[in-house]
Structures are given as structure tokens and as C-alpha cells.
Design a protein around this ligand. Structure first.
Ligand code: AMP
Length: 441
């Protein structure tokens, strides 16, 4: 199958060809005809599947197919609204809209918080056909009456599950109430919780339902390994692994912003160029860090789950779970950053005794046991007892609550007193040298 079979305009095909795409991904094969047909869509797909082009290409086609008549009183109307959970994802989606629509006369805009609103207000005075926005800033514009949503023809909720996790449901409801009743709705979600189902039931009218294989079902290209290690030795082990294997581009996940900062500082002090990205950093600092990392100038990017959501770095060879996520599905999102676009990748998890329950949850979700390997010199001490993890911090004394923190992340109590690595029968004992280099030198 090729892109020309969908009946997309010649301009779109040309742009897609220039992006180097020849064969549509499974989500694209199903979503493009469904969206072109004009009906609502409920799609189960996550980042890495090609979902962005799956909705963007047919939207571009539909909007360029029919002109909207002016003149309008007040602000020019938005024709397609794409709501996304994070700033980084907004930047990526809008970039895709521009790439795929470069030969069309349609215009697009990214609308995110953390940057000056006045420039956005000025931009909104001229035509914006496709708006890619995060919900909070969009509502700021609504309040200031600087945005015209009365002609939205197509609405996309991208990564809807993550938007709900981040507590955006009320914002979404407010935005829905501002849109015209007659419109096409596309809902993309990596997971289908009862909440998503409820949202879909309220939002969608007889939707076409598609679901592509989840990354956890197709992750054969990703090599998973768990290294049991004491909690206080994790950072030494990470530095050891990076140096030993000469990993040149590593995305490392921590559970907290504080943890991301501290780890990044430690790596820098150990001679490993590193930057942290998380919700407390300014948008320009986040963009800058991402650029440095993508360009290969920054060896290690330390990120929290939210900050990393939507990061698209093709063929990222190594992902390290410095701390396991509270929500098992985040493991799947995290490793979705590696082994993308048909390439191979490593997903390495440094797991201490506190995280045994989290590991079991992940293994249950992905329906397989993760191979365990103790690194020589970093053997876990069997006498260390598990401690509770509260909002990503050990000891339970400090809870950092932020707007960006998914509400489901409360506490995870360790259930096992058995030390990691000794409890797991599959653990092998190896030196780091037994896992030579991998890729990415
Ligand atoms: P997404 O899931 O939309 O974040 O896309 C993941 C990555 O796949 C992006 O880097 C896209 O540029 C790339 N991509 C999307 N569609 C295709 C395709 N048909 N062929 C090759 N790469 C693609």
C-alpha cells in the first residue's frame, strides 16, 4: 500500500514523500480513510505509531478541499483544533502540520503556556486554519476573547488518556462547550480506561473504532533488561553503564523533577554531559535541552514522564528507567522512545528493593517477565529493607504536588521485603562487559 491510494491531494503526497515516508503505518492505513470519510473516530494508538500523520494528512486534505467564506467580524475563525496534553507534543504536532502542509495554503499555529501571550494574540489577528493547543493556554485566550472557535470543523483530542491523567477533563469540557455542535471529532488514546470510554461516549457520534498493536505487543525490537541495584548506588551504576558502553544518546527517566535535577547534576559532575527537562523549567530551557539532545550534542537527557511525553527522537538507542514509574503504562510510554521507526533499542531499568511491586505491575501489563541481570560490583545488599515511595520520593515525608503531576500517582507501598535480584529467579550475574556497547557510539 502507498499514500497515493487514499486519494490525498498531490500537494500532500509530495510533502509526505519528501519526509521519506513510502508505506503508511497501520494506524495511518486505517485512520486516513476514516477521517477522509468525515465521520468521528476513536483510535487506540500511542506515540511512535505514526498517529500524527494519521490524523494530520486527512485534516489537511479536508480543509484544503473546501474554502471557508469570509469576511468575518472579529477574529478569523479556527477550522481545526488539535488539543494535546503537553507543550513538547504541541510543538511536534504543529511542526508535522507545517511539514505535511507545506505545499498547501493552510496556516497553523501552536498555542502553549510558558511563553508570552501577547505574541500569540497578535498572531491570532491573522488567519489560523489549524490550531495546536494545550488546554490551559487556550482557555486563557478564550477568557481574553482573543480566539474565535465558532467555526471549528474538526476537533482532535490527542493523547486523551494523558490529558485526563493530567487533570484536564474540566478544561476539555469547557472547550467542548465553545465549539459548534456540527463537527468531526477524532479521539486518540494509548489506553482505554472507563474515563476515556465515558469521554468517547459523550463526545463521539457513531465513531469508527480502530486500534493498532500497542508498543508492548510489538516491542520485539526493544531489548529489555532489569539491573537490580541498591537505591543509593543507582547513580553510580548509571554513570558506569554510560561510560562502559559509551552510550552517546541516552534518555533517562526519573519520577520527580527534583530527582531529575539531582541526577543530571551528578552526571555532569562525573564528566557526562547531561541536562534535565521537567515541568518547572521554562519552555525555552526545555526546547533548548531537547534541541541539544536531538542534535547529539548532549549525551544524556534526564526527564520526568510528563516532560518526555511526545518527545520524538527517531532511532533513540537507549532508554533508562532510573526509577520505575508508578503507573505501569508509563513504562510502555517510556520505552516507546526507543526502537522506533523499525530500529533497535535498549530499555534498561535500574530497580531497587522499593520498586518490586512496580516491576511486577509492569510485567503483568506487558505480559512478560523482564530479564534480570546483576552488574558485577553493584550487587544489591540483601539486608536492605524496602521503603515506601510517596509521589516519587522515598521516606514519605515530602509530597510535591504540581499541576503537571498525574493525579493517579499517589503512593506505592512495597509489598515484598525480599531484596531485588535475589528474589527473582531469572536474575543472571554478569559484568557490564557482557552487554557490549550496543549501538549509538
Ligand atoms: P508519531 O507516532 O506520530 O509520533 O510518529 C512517530 C514517528 O514516525 C515520527 O518520527 C514520524 O515522522 C514517523 N513516521 C510517521 N509516519 C511514517 C511513515 N509512514 N513511514 C515512516 N515514518 C513515519
Amino acid at each position: 500500500m502507498s499514500f497515493s491510494t487514499f486519494g490525498l491531494s498531490e500537494e500532500i503526497i509530495r510533502a509526505v514523500t519528501e519526509c521519506g515516508y513510502t508505506v503508511p503505518t497501520p494506524i495511518q492505513s486505517q485512520a486516513i480513510p476514516a477521517v477522509l470519510a468525515g465521520g468521528d473516530l476513536l483510535a487506540g494508538a500511542q506515540t511512535g505509531t505514526g498517529k500524527t500523520a494519521g490524523f494530520t494528512l486527512p485534516i489537511l486534505h479536508r480543509l484544503s478541499d473546501k474554502r471557508i467564506k469570509g469576511p468575518f467580524s472579529g477574529r478569523p475563525p479556527i477550522r481545526a483544533l488539535i488539543l494535546v496534553p503537553t507543550r513538547e507534543l504541541a510543538a511536534q504536532v504543529e511542526e508535522s502540520v507545517r511539514d505535511y502542509g507545506k505545499y498547501l495554503k493552510l496556516t497553523s499555529m501552536m498555542m502553549i503556556g510558558g511563553v508570552n501571550i501577547n505574541r500569540q494574540i497578535t498572531r491570532l489577528k491573522s488567519r489560523v486554519d489549524i490550531l495546536v493547543a494545550t488546554p490551559g493556554r487556550l482557555l486563557d485566550h478564550v477568557q481574553q476573547k482573543t480566539l474565535n472557535l465558532s467555526h471549528v470543523e474538526i476537533l482532535v483530542l490527542d493523547e486523551a488518556d494523558r490529558m485526563l491523567d493530567m487533570g484536564f477533563i474540566r478544561d476539555i469540557k469547557k472547550i467542548l462547550a465553545l465549539l459548534p455542535k456540527q463537527r468531526q471529532n477524532l479521539l486518540f488514546s494509548a489506553t482505554f480506561s472507563d474515563e476515556i470510554q465515558l469521554l468517547a461516549d459523550n463526545l463521539l457520534n457513531k465513531p469508527v473504532m480502530i486500534e493498532v498493536a500497542r508498543r508492548n505487543a510489538t516491542a520485539d525490537k526493544v531489548t529489555h533488561v532489569v539491573h537490580p541495584v541498591d537505591r543509593d548506588r543507582k547513580r553510580d551504576l548509571l554513570a558506569h553503564l554510560i561510560k562502559q558502553h559509551r552510550w552517546s544518546q541516552v534518555l533517562v527517566f526519573t519520577r520527580t523533577k527534583h530527582g531529575a535535577n539531582k541526577l543530571s547534576e551528578y552526571l555532569v559532575a562525573s564528566g557526562i554531559p547531561s541536562l534535565a527537562i521537567h515541568g518547572n523549567k521554562s519552555q525555552s530551557a526545555r526546547t533548548q535541552a531537547l534541541m541539544e539532545f536531538k542534535a547529539g550534542r548532549m549525551q544524556v537527557l534526564v526527564a520526568t514522564d510528563i516532560a518526555a511525553r511526545g518527545i520524538d527522537i527517531s532511532e533513540l538507542p537507549h532508554v533508562v528507567n532510573y526509577e520505575l514509574p508508578h503507573v505501569a503504562e508509563d513504562y510502555v510510554h517510556r520505552i516507546g522512545r526507543t526502537g522506533r521507526a523499525g530500529s533497535e533499542g535498549d530499555a534498561v531499568s535500574l530497580v531497587c528493593v522499593d520498586e518490586y511491586k512496580l516491576l511486577t505491575g509492569i510485567e503483568k501489563l506487558i505480559k512478560r517477565d523482564l530479564p534480570s541481570q546483576i552488574i558485577s560490583g553493584f550487587e544489591p545488599d540483601p539486608h536492605i529493607k524496602a521503603e515506601p515511595i510517596v509521589n516519587g520520593r522515598r521516606g514519605g515525608s515530602s509530597v510535591i504536588s504540581t499541576r503537571n503531576q498525574p493525579k493517579s500517582r499517589t503512593s506505592a507501598k512495597p509489598t515484598s521485603k525480599r531484596p531485588m535480584g535475589f528474589a527473582r529467579p531469572a536474575a543472571t550475574h554478569a559484568t557490564a562487559a557482557r552487554r557490549p556497547g550496543g549501538r549509538g557510539r
